[in-house]
Write a protein that binds this ligand. Structure first.
Ligand code: PBG
Length: 310
């Protein structure tokens, strides 16, 4: 009876696994603050994708960890032909055409300033960042990406990227907008993983104030008008009300990003024997779905898939 009247389910097809990529043929390094998550060189990356596919996880969001010497203010490595991230996108698509790959489009992995946009005289400039974000998106489209993930909170980026893609014949490449991305302390472990913490100041001038909800709806309206295919809320757990509100507000599919700090807290408590990891993971993922997320980006993707397999 309980199963028959259940209102919400999670299935592997709703989960998207984030992966961290490094420019190395064979290395895999575990990330200290994200137990079970690795910086993956080329071979381990393909192995990780293969084992995820075998468990029923087909969607991945890819983040590059770039060495400091290749970073600069203009983030030029992001669209360079030499960029290993672009080669990996092509490599995955060639080996595993059944995957759905979502990219990261932002300055921060490539910026010597560690910010998501172009920095001049100590200021992060919104409009001046858009041309490089478009170049990045086009280079990724050329490499074979399925969906662009502009992960900053710059204004106008969805529209700019959409028209750049359409103009160059990539109208089939879709966009997952980071619609409501809050200036959150829950991103800490992610910044460790990529060594992408801002070199000065913080990200508050372009990420949202956790106190605001109506602003998230304004952002949703803008991203929808600019041509987004999916609207994302990030982080997920402290923002379940935002997921719910955006779901009511828009007919677009909604994604929620169960971020690094949310994963790390559960892993740490479980390691201490203070929480039952499996039960807490299921409860958390279920709550995000119940709030209205159609899909969840989560470091738990494989752990969850393993459970349903065994
Ligand atoms: C930045 C970006 C961040 C995350 C994804 N893309 C963090 C930040 O704003 O510094 C965080 C994801 C996570 O914490 O899991 N472009």
């Amino acid at each position: 009876m309980r199963a028959l009247i259940r209102e919400t389910d999670i299935s592997n097809s709703r989960l998207i696994a984030p992966l961290f990529l490094i420019d190395h043929p064979t290395n895999a390094r575990e990330i200290g603050s994200l137990p079970g998550q690795f910086q993956l060189g080329e071979e381990p990356l393909y192995r990780e994708i293969e084992s995820s596919l075998n468990l029923g996880i087909k969607s991945f969001v890819l983040f590059p960890a770039v060495v400091e010497s290749l970073k600069n203010t203009e983030a030029t490595y992001s669209y360079s032909k030499e960029n290993f991230y672009l080669k990996r996108i092509a490599g995955i698509k060639q080996r595993f055409p059944e995957t759905l790959l979502i990219s990261d489009v932002a300055y921060d992995p490539y910026s010597s300033d560690g910010h998501d946009g172009y920095v001049k005289d100590g200021k992060i400039l919104n409009d001046e960042s858009l041309p490089v974000l478009c170049k990045m998106a086009l280079a990724q489209a050329q490499a074979g990406i399925d969906m662009i993930g502009p992960s900053d909170m710059m204004d106008g980026r969805v529209g700019a990227i959409r028209s750049a893609l359409d103009k160059d014949g990539y109208s089939e490449v879709s966009i997952m907008a980071y619609t409501a991305k809050y200036a959150s302390a829950f991103y800490g472990p992610f910044r460790d993983a990529l060594d992408s913490a801002p070199k000065f100041g913080d990200k508050k001038i372009y990420q949202m104030d956790p106190a605001n909800a109506l602003e998230a709806l304004r952002e949703a309206a803008l991203d929808e008008a600019e041509g987004a295919d999916i609207l994302m809320v990030k982080p997920a757990l402290s923002y379940l009300d935002i997921i719910y509100q955006i779901k009511q507000f828009s007919t677009l599919p909604i994604a929620a990003y169960n971020v690094s700090g949310e994963y790390a807290m559960i892993k740490a408590a479980a390691q201490k024997g203070w929480l039952d990891e499996e039960k807490v993971m299921k409860e958390v993922l279920l709550s995000i779905r119940r709030a209205g997320a159609d899909m969840i980006l989560t470091y738990f993707a494989k752990d969850f898939a393993r459970l349903s397999h065994g």
